[in-house]
Ligand binder design. Structure first.
Ligand code: OAD
Length: 260
């Protein structure tokens, strides 16, 4: 299928979907300047996940793990949503059955206005006490190392899911149910190698599965439509249900009387 045909097909699928689900990974934030995990400039090139993002690593050296999360907070704090985040938030507003599932912990989907979302790997801006379990949003950059609980002085940990930890049960069941019922699944900017999320698309029963990613992934052979493109550059060209077709102009709301 040519690039133009793929755009036309995706536009039709987006317009006709009744129960769309969007599944995103780090690639959706790449155009906001947030480094991905894998790939040429990926975070895991410089750090081994088992050194930093596991409960064992935190037990061994909490200061090292917190230094890494402080570095990531510093990178992410100035980042702003890009056209992909904004398009996904607008799609939600246009469709009452929409659900966004994201592996990202950067908070950019929320900042773009997404509200019906499941953050399956947690939220970098949340902290949780390892003693009393208290959870708080904490946007300080950097945090003192290691940060302490205001309630019990226990050590805080990042509010994210680490390798070897289960996904929160509710996030898992809500995501799996939505994918099973979906009629369109857009998989955007994930390398599809980290389980269990990498297997979510395989739960789809009736959905047309579309992958948007500049590179091939293990999922590519199984999708109905693979579009090799950066997410923001592509999605901003896809008109949403209820928006005027590309090339036409909306009525100016400031025009007296509101009518032509
Ligand atoms: P990865 O870094 O593994 O993959 C990022 C994907 O985004 C790659 O397939 C890139 O080709 C693609 N990509 C790059 N730029 C893009 C762009 N502009 N538009 C669209 N796609 C683009 O990130 P994830 O798949 O999200 O988990 O990684 C999954 C999990 O591994 C993360 O949630 C994290 C990590 O370890 C935890 O921290 C638990």
């Amino acid at each position: 299928m040519s690039g133009r045909d793929a755009l036309v097909e995706l536009t039709r699928l987006v317009r006709e979907a009744r129960r769309p689900v969007v599944l995103t990974g780090a690639g959706v934030s790449a155009e906001s300047g947030v480094p991905t995990f894998r790939g040429p400039d990926g975070l895991w090139k410089r750090h081994r996940p088992e050194d930093l993002a596991t409960p064992e690593a935190f037990a061994r050296d909490p200061a090292l793990v917190w230094e890494w999360y402080n570095w990531r907070r510093q990178r992410i704090a100035p980042a702003r949503p890009n056209p992909a985040h904004r398009w996904i938030a607008a799609y939600e507003r246009a469709n009452p059955e929409f659900l966004l599932i994201t592996q990202n912990v950067d908070g950019l989907h929320r900042l773009a206005g997404s509200r019906r979302l499941v953050e399956v790997h947690g939220d970098l801006w949340m902290v949780r006490c390892t003693c009393c379990g208290r959870e708080d949003e904490d946007r300080r950059v950097p945090l003192p190392v290691p940060p302490r609980c205001p309630e019990c002085n226990g050590m805080l940990r990042p509010g994210v899911v680490w390798f070897g930890e289960p996904l929160p049960a509710e996030a898992l069941s809500r995501s799996a149910e939505a994918v099973r019922k979906a009629d369109l699944l857009l998989v955007v900017g994930t390398s599809a190698v980290v389980q269990p999320v990498a297997s979510f698309p395989l739960l789809a029963r009736g959905a047309v599965v579309v992958e948007i990613n500049p590179a091939a992934t293990p999922l590519t052979p199984f999708v109905d439509l693979s579009i090799r493109s950066a997410a923001g550059a592509l999605l901003q060209r896809i008109p949403l249900p209820g928006s005027p077709p590309a090339g036409t102009k909306a009525l100016s709301p400031s025009r007296p009387g509101g009518a032509p």
